[in-house]
Write a protein that binds this ligand. Structure first.
Ligand SMILES: *Cc1c(COP(=O)(O)O)cnc(C)c1O
Length: 220
């Protein structure tokens, strides 16, 4: 199957209300252009430099989503154009995004990344830490960083029950916070290996790379 075929079959099979983010990290411009020509407009990247380089060379109506851990000193490079940052994993990063967005006279939409996997990863807020009160505080302190939802990654395991339960926990927190934050509309969860479970658990945005573009070769 070609990239164009993959895009088309994904789009036609997704339920209403679920948005596909084509994760194009490490892939060459030609691959992104092929996806674009097949109608894809939202692309996810995890490295600032790579995103900036691609953004300069591809059509202007692409929405660029940052999905990877960011160093604060790099926010300024994507602040002029990024559509959504999924991977806001600390208050200090949020503060920097707010500052750079303000300089650009814009508001940048953000998702707070929540640590739901059993695996020990370094990044993300914990499920308990994100309360209505904390969110209210962030909104007041960082008006140019608009928090529109949550992002999470489940454990990398074949145990579907565990993955579903982790997605379920995130959905539960999302619903709780949405009660007092009507602007909450984005729950980013699910990748190539687990997007079906994520959708079943209530995901609104899936981040799919290898199932669209083929496996990545990190050694080049
Ligand atoms: C790479 C990546 C994806 C896509 O992974 P695939 O398994 O290739 O679909 C999704 N989310 C994040 C945060 C990633 O870094």
């Amino acid at each position: 199957m070609s990239i164009a075929d993959n895009i088309k079959s994904f789009k036609s099979s997704l339920p209403d209300g679920v948005t596909l983010i084509a994760v194009s990290k490490t892939k060459p411009l030609e691959d992104l252009q092929e996806a674009y020509d097949a109608g894809q407009r939202i692309f996810g990247e995890n490295k600032v430099q790579e995103m900036v380089g691609k953004q300069e060379q591809l059509p202007e109506d692409i929405e660029w989503h940052m999905i990877g851990h960011m160093q604060r000193n790099k926010v300024k490079y994507i602040a002029p154009f990024v559509s959504l940052i999924h991977s806001v994993d600390s208050e200090r990063l949020l503060e920097e995004i707010n500052k750079r967005a303000q300089q650009q006279k814009r508001t940048i939409s953000c998702l707070l990344q929540v640590h739901i996997a059993q695996e020990d990863t370094k990044f993300g807020f914990s499920l308990d830490e994100l309360t209505t009160k904390v969110l209210e505080e962030f909104k007041q302190k960082y008006p140019h960083a608009s928090i529109v939802g949550l992002m999470g990654m489940a454990s990398n395991t074949d145990n579907d029950e565990q993955v579903s339960s982790e997605f379920g926990e995130l959905k539960h927190l999302f619903d709780r916070l949405k009660n007092t934050n009507p602007q909450f509309d984005t729950l980013s969860m699910g990748m190539s290996g687990d997007y079906k479970l994520a959708i079943a658990a209530g995901s609104t945005h899936i981040r799919v790379g290898s199932a669209l573009f083929g496996s990545r070769n990190y050694t080049i």
